[in-house]
Design a protein around this ligand. Structure first.
Ligand code: PBG
Length: 337
């Protein structure tokens, strides 16, 4: 009965069979709709003080915090593998953190020394500097606080100083991840006024208040300090339209590229931004997403390498120009083999 029905249906479709294209490796290769290359990958690096120091992040097996000299070596390796850019995150020593996060605009801070060391050793690689105060504040928030409140405009003034500080040290791309209102326009103006018209602004426009940031906060040492949550500035996971308003606002304020964060749980947001605004969109496969794949792999529940490839291909399919991923080196090595 069902067979007869299926056959009748197939006659109607004039012999269409979608599995024909999938029969052979070569035919699947021919009809493949998306590709992934090392040039799609951005590698985040955690930087610490010291020399020849490599400090594993327990919640992210395979990821180490690196002293600047080892970060320079990693940058050379990344360049050799065809990775176009790095995103640096400092683990600021405890005694340099403060309520006001003044260390963020110290020209000799860990971040700036890392930026200039890598820039002079590997000038061909793009350097992305995150803008937000959480690596520098004693309370672990991205902005300045007044009691329980995160101050918006006062924070933006400091973010401008942080941006200029990082650009002067060698950052090519400024990536504000703080989610304060009006920061993109204010940072653009601040950079332009100092002659940095060509610095690219990669805005974390759609950054969600997510449980998937846990391991990152361990890595930069902000997790144990954090009081409360970030829900008054980061987006609610329930919302899509609000993300579109954030993106529109940032484009109006002259953002060059848009970032969505986290990545995999928000591919619908990536696709919609791409369709609506036709700008370069990036996604951050965040620490918790990395940890999920690695720990599930270690437990024998999934094939780690296959899951890595599948997850990264999904970003390309959704419309991403590139992906920030802790798998960047491993993936690039695989693609180079
Ligand atoms: C905050 C910031 C976060 C990440 C990068 N910069 C998240 C947060 O603490 O709110 C997370 C990245 C990751 O989880 O890999 N400025």
């Amino acid at each position: 009965m069902t067979n007869k029905f299926a056959r009748a249906n197939m006659d109607f479709l004039n012999g269409r069979r979608l599995r024909r294209s999938r029969q052979f490796g070569w035919s699947r290769d021919l009809v493949r709709e998306n590709t992934i290359q090392p040039s799609d990958l951005i590698w985040p690096l955690f930087v610490i003080e010291g020399t020849n120091e490599r400090d594993p992040v327990k919640s992210m097996p395979g990821v180490d915090r690196l002293s600047i000299d080892l970060a320079v070596e990693a940058a050379k390796e990344a360049h050799g593998l065809g990775i176009p850019a790095l995103a640096l995150f400092p683990n600021t020593p405890a005694d340099c953190r403060s309520d006001m996060g003044e260390e963020s605009f110290n020209p000799d801070n860990l971040m700036c020394r890392a930026l200039s060391a890598i820039k002079s050793a590997v000038p061909e690689i793009g350097l992305i500097a995150d803008v937000a105060l959480d690596p520098y504040t004693s309370h672990g928030h991205d902005g300045l606080m007044d009691g329980e409140q995160i101050l918006n405009d006062e924070t933006v003034d400091v973010l401008i100083k942080q941006s200029l500080n990082q650009v002067r040290a060698g950052a090519d791309i400024i990536a504000p991840s703080d989610m304060m209102d009006g920061r993109i326009g204010a940072i653009r103006e601040g950079l332009d006024a100092e002659g940095f018209q060509n610095t690219i602004l990669l805005s974390y426009s759609a950054k969600y208040a997510s449980a998937f940031y846990g391991p990152f906060r361990d890595a930069v040492g902000s997790g144990s300090r954090l009081k409360g949550d970030k829900k008054t500035y980061q987006l609610e996971p329930y919302n899509r339209e609000e993300a579109m308003r954030e993106v529109e606002q940032d484009i109006l304020e002259a953002a060059d590229w848009i970032m969505v964060k986290p990545g995999m749980p928000y591919l619908d947001i990536v696709r919609e931004i791409k369709t609506r605004f036709e700008v370069p969109v990036f996604a951050y496969q965040v620490s918790g997403e990395y940890a999920q794949i690695v720990f599930a792999g270690q437990a024998g529940a999934i094939d780690q390498q296959a899951a890595m490839v599948e997850s990264l291909v999904a970003f390309k399919r959704a419309g991403c120009s590139g992906v920030l991923t802790y798998f960047a080196k491993e993936m690039a090595q695989l693609l180079n083999d």
